[in-house]
Design a binder for this molecule. Structure first.
Ligand code: HSE
Length: 436
C-alpha cells in the first residue's frame, strides 16, 4: 500500500523531532500502522545545516497554503504555535478534508470546541496528544485506557519550566530570575515565559485534561490561574521543615457542586511519589473509581519526547483512516452530543482545601492569640504552627501555620481581618495544600 503523506507546518524543535522519529523508526512505524508514513512537504522559513534527519526528500516551502491545501497530503501536522495563524491553517486544512495532528495546547484549549465541530462536520480527525505533558501519553491513558471509570480527580505537574525553577530553588537555593533565565536558555520555556510562570501554559493543558476526564466542553476562561512568581525561598524552606514539597499543580476535581479547575502552587506531602518529580519532568496522577490511583511520569517537553506523541497520533490517524467517522474515538473522549455543557465550573472561592499561611508579626504580646481567634471565628482549625524567636528586637517574626480544610471564601475573610491587625505587617502569604 502507498505510504500516507504528511505535511508539517513548522520545522522547529518538535517538527524536527517528529521528522527524525518518522525517518529513524520508519520500519517499526509501518509495521504498527499497516502503511508507511512519510513527510513529503514542510513549511519552514529556513533549514539549518547538519540536521539529524534528511530534508532532501521533503519539499520545503515558505507558504503554509502549499501544505494545507495540497491535494497530495493526507495529514497536516500543525506546529506553528499560537492561536491566530495556527487556527486559520487548521480550519483550512479541515475544510480541505485533511486530518490534523497538533501539539498546540493554546489552540486546543481556547478554540478546540470550534475546531472539533468543524472536524466532525467534515469527518476528519484532530489528534493532540503532544499538547499535554509532552511525551507522556496522558490523553490516550485517560480517554481510552481509563474509559471504564468515573474519574474523580486529576492532578498534574504539567509545566516543566515551573517545576525546574521550584526544584532549583529548593535544591540549590537559587534565585527565581536566575533559574528562569536558564530555563529559557535550555529551551524549556514558552516563547512568552510568563505563560509558564503565571500558570497560563498549565491552564491550557488542564483545560484539555478536564474535558476528556469529565466529558465537559473546553473552558479555558474558567480555569483559576496562579503561577509561581510569589513563592519565596522562605516558603520553600518552611515546606521542607513541615514535610512538604511545593509543586505547581493543575488540579481538576468532580464534586457534588461542580467541577474544580485550578492551577496554582501546592504543598504536597513529601512522601507522595508526585512530590518527588523534579527538574523539567512532568507527572499526572489520576484518581478513578474502578482502577484507583494511577500515575504517569515522563518528559513534558523536548524534540523527541514531544515528537513521540506527534508520531503516535499520526499512527492512530493512519489506523483509523478507513474507519467510519462515527466509530472513531471521540475527540474529547465522550460522544460530542453527550458533553455536559451545563455542569458548573466552581469559582475558586468555593473550593475546599487546606492551607499553608505565612505572615510577619510584630514581637508584641497577644498577636498570635489574635490570629488564632480570628481563624477560630471563621471555623478554621489549625493543624500546625511555627513561630521562631526574633533575631533582633525591632524585627517582625514570621509565623507559619497549616490549617485544616476550609472553604476558600471563609479563609479569605479571615485573612482580610488578620492583615488588618496592628500586630501584622504586610500581607499574609497562602499556599493551598493537597494530600492527593
Ligand atoms: N513550556 C512548556 C513547559 C513546554 O515548560 O512545560 C511544554 O509544553
Amino acid at each position: 500500500m502507498n505510504p500516507v503523506k504528511v505535511g508539517v507546518l513548522g520545522l522547529g524543535t518538535v517538527g524536527g523531532g517528529t521528522v527524525y522519529i518518522l525517518q529513524h523508526n520508519a520500519k517499526e512505524i509501518a509495521r504498527r500502522a499497516g502503511r508507511g508514513i512519510v513527510v513529503t512537504h514542510a513549511c519552514a522559513k529556513e533549514i539549518k545545516k547538519n540536521l539529524p534527519y534528511d530534508t532532501d526528500s521533503i519539499k520545503i516551502t515558505e507558504q503554509l497554503d502549499d501544505v494545507v491545501t495540497n491535494p497530495e497530503i493526507d495529514i497536516v501536522v500543525e506546529l506553528i504555535g499560537g492561536t491566530t495563524l495556527a487556527k486559520e491553517m487548521v480550519l483550512k486544512a479541515i475544510a480541505h478534508g485533511k486530518h490534523v495532528v497538533t501539539a498546540n495546547k493554546a489552540l486546543i484549549a481556547t478554540c478546540g470546541n470550534e475546531i472539533f465541530a468543524a472536524a466532525q462536520e467534515k469527518g476528519v480527525m484532530i489528534a493532540f496528544e503532544a499538547a499535554v505533558a509532552g511525551g507522556i501519553p496522558i490523553i490516550k491513558a485517560i480517554r481510552e485506557g481509563l474509559s471504564a471509570n468515573r474519574i474523580q480527580w486529576v492532578a498534574g505537574i504539567i509545566n516543566g519550566t515551573s517545576n525546574f525553577i521550584l526544584t532549583e530553588m529548593r535544591d540549590k537555593g537559587r534565585e527565581f530570575g536566575d533559574v528562569l533565565a536558564e530555563a529559557q536558555r535550555l529551551g524549556y520555556a514558552e516563547a512568552d515565559p510568563t505563560f509558564d510562570i503565571e500558570g497560563v501554559d498549565a491552564a491550557h493543558k488542564l483545560t484539555i485534561i478536564a474535558s476528556i476526564a469529565f466529558g465537559i466542553p473546553l473552558q479555558f476562561d474558567k480555569v483559576y490561574k496562579e503561577g509561581i512568581t510569589k513563592i519565596t525561598p522562605e516558603d520553600v524552606i518552611y515546606a521542607d521543615t513541615l514535610g512538604y514539597r511545593i509543586k505547581h499543580l493543575g488540579i481538576t476535581r468532580w464534586t457534588d457542586k461542580g467541577v474544580e479547575l485550578r492551577v496554582h502552587p501546592t504543598f504536597i506531602p513529601c512522601r507522595r511519589l508526585i512530590a518527588n518529580v523534579d527538574g523539567v519532568m512532568n507527572a499526572v496522577a489520576v484518581q478513578a473509581d474502578a482502577v484507583g490511583q494511577t500515575l504517569y511520569y515522563g518528559a513534558g517537553a523536548g524534540a523527541t519526547p514531544t515528537g513521540s506523541a506527534v508520531v503516535a497520533d499520526l499512527i492512530d490517524v493512519v489506523r483509523a483512516l478507513t474507519t467510519d467517522p462515527e466509530n472513531r474515538v471521540p475527540h474529547l473522549a465522550f460522544q460530542p452530543d453527550s458533553l455536559l455543557s451545563d455542569l458548573p465550573i466552581l469559582p475558586i472561592e468555593e473550593i475546599e482545601t487546606a492551607y499553608y499561611l505565612r505572615m510577619h508579626a510584630l514581637d508584641k504580646t497577644g498577636v498570635l492569640a489574635q490570629v488564632a481567634t480570628i481563624l477560630s471565628q471563621h471555623g478554621i482549625s489549625i493543624e500546625a504552627v511555627i513561630q521562631k524567636e526574633p533575631t533582633n528586637k525591632a524585627a517582625s517574626v514570621p509565623i507559619v501555620m497549616l490549617t485544616h480544610k476550609v472553604v476558600e471564601k471563609h479563609l479569605n475573610q479571615a485573612i482580610a481581618q488578620i492583615e488588618a491587625l496592628e500586630g501584622i505587617e504586610g500581607q499574609v502569604a497562602r499556599i493551598r495544600i493537597e494530600t492527593l
